[in-house]
Ligand binder design. Sequence first.
Ligand SMILES: N[C@@H](CCC(=O)N[C@@H](CS)C(=O)NCC(=O)O)C(=O)O
Length: 227
Amino acid sequence: MADDIVLYTFWRSSCAHRVRLALAHKKLNYTSVFINLIKGEQLDSRYRQKNPSGYVPAIEIDGHLLTESVAILEYLEETHPQFPLLPKSPYERALVRAAVQMIACGIQPLQNLNVLTKISEDPSAPLAPGTLYNERGKAFARHFNERGLSAFEDNLAAFEKQGVRGPFCFGEQFTMADVLLIPQLAGARRFGVDLTPFKRILRVEQASASLECVIAAAPENQPDFTG
Ligand SMILES: N[C@@H](CCC(=O)N[C@@H](CS)C(=O)NCC(=O)O)C(=O)O
């Protein structure tokens, strides 16, 4: 069944990047269908039959169509438990899931493309054709990335106080917390966030950089990458 997986993805989408990471970590092959968010292909009525929200990712797997990246990660974890992305104990799983939500609910939705386009609306200075958001939109995204990543950094410090020792967010196991963090950093940099104060986060990123799944899922290694 795994070879029949179809992922609707875009190189720059952090939410699709999460799913690419999980699939690569679990060594599941898949076929990519590219949905170009810059051209607005996510709003095409045929694609919206896959994902009514008009977002990537969507995935076809085991005869099902699934949307929402975190739900997809949980599905993959339950159906393909090899190379687990959650720790064993319920308490530790709750800690990792909380870290996941800090990014999935606390950062990404506030920097999503359609949010930035809306924030950028200004009748006195309409966006130039082909421009998706303006400096105000970018500053908005930067603010919520800085705020959310600062909380994530403090959360990693709290893990350390509980005896969790790197190299990854939650110790020696690469987990869903890393799967959410790594894609978010690419977005943060795009909005001009200075990541140097986030020492623990950068350590996790550096430790992850040579993992096969991280390399395979990286935006710049996708066939639709345009830079
Ligand atoms: N909660 C959804 C969010 C998906 C989402 O926001 N996807 C973004 C790319 S990361 C998107 O497709 N944006 C298109 C738009 O804003 O028009 C998930 O986790 O899958």
